[in-house]
Ligand binder design. Structure first.
Ligand SMILES: Cc1cc2nc3c(=O)[nH]c(=O)nc-3n(C[C@H](O)[C@H](O)[C@H](O)COP(=O)(O)OP(=O)(O)OC[C@H]3O[C@@H](n4cnc5c(N)ncnc54)[C@H](O)[C@@H]3O)c2cc1C
Length: 383
């Protein structure tokens, strides 16, 4: 594999960098640099700027409204966003439900939802996990019973990231409790969160932030037109979505930025701390390079509509390195890790220290790291 970027790819990187430099709103840039949470309006505004340029949905083909980029261009684009730093386009919209609609949605669903997902007119949430169904997702109990041209949905979802900002939720429900395999009785529904019977309650996490929620579904009516693909075939679409989610969680550019910030603190530190931090940074950078090459190789060989167990490698290793980089930054920053205090209700206490806690969740969401090891053992190592 050729590990150098072509002159076209380097020119593309320059184009992306210049666009971000010229168009990222100053306040959004400041908050991203300080590791602060963004408001909904700031995220929507930036995604619409990207969408106006045709760049909001990096992995979508041209016919679906995406830029039709090569895997290398997609990699470069995200790398530049992470290192700028600028927000990624909302992954629930463009990396999760978008590709499922493109691969398995009907024409009406594509026309209705894809342009709005790209422009963030609809904010999507992921309604997969439940109190008793996380790692063992196929044990989910939320039920959907057919009633004329709709389904009546009852149950509880848990850990829905940003559901309090969302308009719609892509959801797994049980439609056949008697199916011979638990995976066989699951259906993929799109639920309008404004529907009667939907209640969203916040969960405040160890970093002090309100990011995740519980979602209660009490006799919620969902039209059949909001079902993806066939009834009882939702597990197939969910596996494809989870594979895309896991590939995206690696977020290599973000780890590069954490390491760069740690090195910045190291240069102001006295010996021997300075050398210790720089040595650890160099080791993390070497491992990160290996993950980056793996990501490029994987992106180049992904098949449309098919889950790829190799995404678990990226999720596992990418998150381990990001957490290690976050820890290094915490140590390198010392007391400065706690520099940014709570300013107003809209801003979480989101400094280096709370960022460190936020990163703990990355080894749990998208499927816990232990579960990724099980997937790799079974599907790649044949154990
Ligand atoms: C910050 C955050 C955001 C999230 N966002 C969303 C979201 O937007 N939408 C959504 O649907 N879900 C979301 N989740 C839920 C997430 O996918 C689940 O928490 C995750 O799948 C783990 O499930 P669980 O919490 O039920 O833990 P459990 O499944 O009970 O696992 C507990 C522990 O046991 C280990 N374990 C479980 N089974 C095995 C096994 N077979 N082998 C070895 N170890 C095992 C796990 O690794 C874990 O350490 C989010 C979670 C977090 C923390």
């Amino acid at each position: 594999m050729n590990l150098t970027f072509s002159s076209e790819d380097n020119a593309f990187r320059e184009e992306v960098r210049a666009f971000i430099g010229a168009n990222l709103p100053a306040e959004t840039r400041r908050k991203m640099e300080e590791g602060r949470a963004l408001t909904k309006d700031e995220i929507v505004c930036w995604q619409r700027i990207l969408n106006a340029r045709g760049w909001a949905a990096p992995s979508w083909p041209k016919e679906a409204g995406g830029p039709g980029w090569t895997p290398v261009q997609r990699h470069i684009f995200l790398d530049e966003l992470h290192q700028a730093p600028a927000p990624e386009p909302l992954s629930f919209n463009v990396a999760m439900i978008g590709p499922v609609l493109i691969a398995f949605g009907n024409d009406e669903q594509k026309a209705r939802f894809l342009p709005r997902a790209a422009n963030l007119d609809d904010w999507w949430a992921q309604g997969f996990s439940e109190p008793g169904a996380g790692s063992d997702l196929a044990s989910l109990k939320t039920s959907a019973v057919r009633d004329g041209d709709g389904y009546i949905v009852n149950g509880q979802k848990m850990w829905q990231g940003m559901a309090h900002r969302a308009d719609w939720m892509f959801t797994l429900v049980r439609t056949d409790p008697k199916a011979p395999k638990k995976q066989a009785g699951i259906t993929f529904l799109l639920i309008d969160l404004k529907s009667t019977g939907v209640t969203i309650r916040p969960i405040i996490t160890v970093d002090g932030r309100h990011e995740v929620n519980e979602v209660f579904l009490d006799n919620v009516r969902v039209p059949v037109s909001c079902r993806i693909g066939d009834e009882n075939n939702g597990w197939t679409y969910a596996k494809f979505l989870l594979s895309n989610e896991r590939t995206g969680i690696a977020r290599i550019g973000m780890t590069k930025r954490l390491i760069a910030r740690a090195k910045g603190f190291a240069l102001q530190a006295a010996e021997p701390n300075r050398t210790r931090i720089l040595e650890r940074a160099a080791m993390l950078e070497a491992e990160l390079k290996a993950v980056e090459i793996t990501q490029l190789r994987l992106l180049a060989s992904l098949k449309q509509g098919a889950p790829d167990p190799r995404s678990s490698i990226l999720k596992l290793k990418g998150v381990e390195l990001r957490q290690a980089a976050g820890e290094l930054l915490l140590k390198a920053a010392g007391p400065a890790a706690y520099a940014f205090a709570y300013e107003d209700e809209d801003e979480a206490p989101f400094d280096i220290a709370s960022n460190f806690f936020t990163l703990r969740g990355a080894s749990i969401y998208g499927g816990a790291n232990e579960v990724q090891k099980n997937i790799l053992a079974a599907s790649l190592l044949g154990l």
